[in-house]
Design a protein around this ligand. Sequence first.
Ligand SMILES: [Zn+2]
Length: 97
Amino acid sequence: MNTLATPDTEQTVEPAPRELTAADRCDACGARAYVEVAIATDKHDDQFKRIVVPLFFCAHHYNEHEPRLAMSTAVRGINDQRDKLYEEEASRTKGYE
Ligand SMILES: [Zn+2]
């Protein structure tokens, strides 16, 4: 089961979290990403704007950053699909028996 932050009033048009695929890579190390975190950031170009950008983490790097992300007010949503990794690992192990 995925743990998703309850949407707040700020993001009523936010689409449902999509499945992460092998094409999604960890921003820290390039391994397959299993967690997508939406981060609000301030963009300065012609005008001051607040945008939400996705950050991707493999299970290893998400575990490493989780305590800091949990305290961050910039986090708008977490799409945690580490369950899928553990399921895949479990079925792979079973295949060798
Ligand atoms: Zn990583």
